[in-house]
Design a binder for this molecule. Structure first.
Ligand code: GBH
Length: 473
């Protein structure tokens, strides 16, 4: 059955229906075949960092169950599978590349191609080798050059079969949350290190795109998590400025160096106390400002923001552990995110599908140089249970999926150039600082037995994708 969409609506031809995962969240086998610690392996072993003391050590054992998982993808009717490569598997430390680690991805790519599924590869989804962190991690400019070496190793092994290359997944999170906020690995709480990571990841992106382009790689892009910064009280200049700051730090500081070749002037001013400009060397912005073929958009929720302290008694929002963390609003640490009292998912994130429509339309209007868009992540966490009939009736996730797909369709009607939608996530997995507590999959995983059960949302996804293909022009 198709979604309830306007009669004359058809999904653009070739629209990609996919699902996404990330290496550290699904693979497990954290110390097999030459893989060494990533920052997430290391960070998760330190008590207090991850809920319940969970670690990515075994995750959902995808490393060993990969062929079965690819069969699951065919059941869901996926056109494409978005996965990430673990740097700590490929180049765990200084020295030679780890063949055995690369071989896993080579087998995965072959398996996907054999089943007619397009591999959509991400080079960095947050799992820096711990050895690189120990030389300063992303706060160290040299890490951008090491990323280039790693990129070359991956391209040498897979470049003959992989066409779609994404440099970074959500650099905002792996720079500011990891280095300034401290809720994510490596758990540093140093505002300037957060900004250094931001710039060095940009530089790494630019170096990698340049190199991949020169090597003839097909489609190159980056995935950003973009948000609508909503002023809590739109008639209050303090809240308007708060929204402006959040938009600058979370959206424009990531989009504009890539699309326009410059950091936004207001962002530079907001972070000037941290001497950000000293991090940017001559020529860096030219390196970063490479043409890209697509922009991946991850969107989960909007952000309602205020420049005033939270009122007394306002809940602080859910946190994975009671570990004290710092603000990752670097340069605007006073910002708060009061609740708008909208319905929420199990993450405590508000549900507002129209925000996705608004974001997609607005991106095209604000940036004439915007490349085609792919939703590379969208999804929701719920407290799923296996019903007595053996199925997982995740009605809330089905509704979330349908409502967000309708929002994407509406954005397309309004002119947004969206070419695909990847559900987050293919299957339940290691949800970073939340450990295994939060389930995002359209496939349920029993963490004792590793059994997979396609949830109702997975079945719905398959139906919608099949119907869309039948109707495509
Ligand atoms: C994505 O990031 C990741 O790419 C993926 O690996 C992950 O599993 C998935 O989402 C689900 O979490 O603290 O209230 O200000 C999540 C993007 C951006 C969502 C920041 C939470 C802050 C919420 N995140 N946002 S709040």
């Amino acid at each position: 059955m198709a979604l309830d969409l306007p009669d004359d609506f058809t999904w653009p031809s070739g629209f990609l229906w996919g699902a996404a995962t990330a290496a550290a969240q699904v693979e497990g086998a954290a110390h097999e075949d030459g893989k060494l610690d990533s920052i997430w392996d290391h960070f998760a072993r330190i008590p207090g960092n991850v809920a319940h003391g969970d670690t990515p050590e075994k995750a959902v054992d995808h490393y060993h169950r990969m062929p079965q998982d690819v069969r699951l993808m065919t059941e869901l009717g996926l056109d494409s599978y978005r996965f990430s490569v673990s740097w700590a598997r490929v180049k765990p430390a200084d020295g030679p590349v780890n063949r055995a680690g690369l071989d896993f991805y080579s087998r995965l790519v072959d398996e996907l191609l054999e089943h007619g599924i397009l591999p959509w590869l991400t080079l960095y989804h947050w799992d820096l080798p711990q050895a690189v962190e120990e030389t300063g991690g992303w706060a160290n400019r040299d890490t951008a050059h090491r990323f280039l070496d790693y990129t070359i190793a991956v391209h040498e092994a897979l470049g003959d079969r992989v066409d779609h290359w994404t440099t970074f997944n959500e650099p905002l999170c792996s720079s500011l949350i990891g280095y300034a906020g401290g809720e994510h690995a490596p758990g540093r709480q140093e505002p300037r290190a957060g900004l250094a990571a931001l710039h060095h990841q940009h530089l790494a992106h630019g170096l990698a795109v340049q190199e991949l382009r020169a090597r003839g790689a097909g489609q190159l892009g980056i995935t950003l998590n973009l948000t609508n910064a909503v002023p809590n009280d739109p008639s209050d200049p303090v809240d308007l400025d708060a929204a402006r700051r959040l938009d600058a730090l979370w959206n424009r500081a990531y989009l504009e160096p890539i699309l326009l070749g410059a950091y936004p002037a207001d962002f530079l001013e907001d972070v000037s106390a941290h001497r950000f400009d000293e991090l940017v060397h001559d020529g860096d912005l030219q390196t970063i400002h490479q043409p890209i073929d697509f922009l991946g958009v991850n969107h989960y929720h909007d952000d309602n923001v205020s420049g005033h302290p939270l009122p007394a008694g306002h809940p602080r929002g859910l946190a994975p552990t009671d570990k004290p963390t710092s603000s990752w609003f670097v340069g605007s640490e006073f910002l708060t995110t009061p609740s708008r009292h909208l319905p929420q998912t199990a993450m405590g994130w508000e549900i507002n599908p129209d925000g996705l429509r608004h974001l997609l339309v607005r991106l095209g209007r604000e940036y004439p140089q915007l490349p085609p868009l792919y939703i590379t992540e969208n999804g929701s966490a719920w407290d799923d249970v296996v019903a007595p009939d053996g199925a997982v009736h995740d009605v809330e996730r089905v509704a979330f999926l349908e409502d967000h797909l309708r929002a994407v369709a509406q954005a397309i009607v309004e002119g947004a150039d969206v070419r695909g939608y990847f559900a987050w996530s293919l299957m339940d997995n290691f949800e970073w600082a939340w450990g295994y507590e939060k389930r995002f999959g359209v496939v349920y995983v029993d963490y004792e037995t590793q059994e997979r059960i396609v949830k109702d949302s997975g079945r719905r996804f398959a139906e919608v994708a099949a119907a869309a293909r039948t109707l495509a022009p």
